[in-house]
Unconditional design. Structure first.
Length: 227
């Protein structure tokens, strides 16, 4: 695992007038200081989001899931970062979250396509942007991987507050394919939060049934409770 090297370049002239404060420790200057970033990575261990067992290389021998890579737990700082980006439009966090995913994901040979889980149109209108598409695009730029919105929303069901069974039914009905799948391409499914994993599981099955032979899962924050 590598550490993030501090970058002192001023990215936005407004930062001189109204600088960010670190969401982790409150230090003035960046939306997440280098110390807090590296603390997230130093404490990082990869667990299967489904059974919560420690994994090696993202593979879980107990669960029938593709390799899955997570940044942290839902009760840790990374979840707060994701929430601030999604709900409070702290746009600078898009680069930070993509950076964290970049560090925890492995090197992948051959053609790779990032597939963000689609956000319902109502939320895109309310927030003014598709948060997972933005993160996927920034991650793609870092890795030089293509981003494709192969998955689309067929129904605008909201999963917050729904139980596991309801989430599985909703996800099965909500997602459809909007493009062709190449069996020789590795598809990296990305999402911000894994609660029950219903969306990621259904999205994985949709890709696999369409012919995808290589799928990786990447998620920012995982719920510690039972999937």
């Amino acid at each position: 695992m590598g550490f993030i090297v501090k970058n002192t370049t001023i990215k936005n002239p407004l930062d001189l007038i109204c600088p960010h404060t670190c969401i982790g420790c409150g230090a003035v200057g960046e939306v997440l200081c280098e110390c807090c970033k590296n603390n997230i990575l130093v404490e990082h261990l990869n667990y299967c989001p489904n059974c919560k067992r420690l994994t090696s290389g993202g593979d879980c021998k107990y669960c029938a899931l593709p390799p899955c890579f997570m940044v942290g737990w839902r009760d840790e700082l990374v979840f707060k970062l994701a929430e601030e980006f999604k709900y409070h439009s702290v746009r600078a966090l898009g680069d930070v979250l993509a950076e964290l995913l970049d560090v925890i994901l492995p090197e992948v040979d051959g053609k790779v396509v990032i597939v963000p889980l689609p956000t319902i149109k109502k939320h895109v209108r309310e927030r003014g942007f598709d948060h997972m598409l933005k993160i996927a695009q920034k991650l793609g730029k870092r890795r030089k991987w293509k981003v494709e919105q192969i998955l689309q929303r067929r129904k605008n069901t909201v999963q917050v507050g729904a139980n596991r069974e309801a989430r599985l039914v909703q996800a099965a009905e909500a997602y459809g394919l909007a493009g062709r799948v190449d069996p020789g391409t590795t598809y990296v499914l990305v999402d911000d939060v894994w609660t029950t994993g219903a969306s990621m599981k259904i999205a994985t099955k949709k890709l696999q049934r369409a012919g995808a032979s290589k799928v990786l899962l990447a998620v920012l924050a995982v719920n510690r409770g039972a999937a």
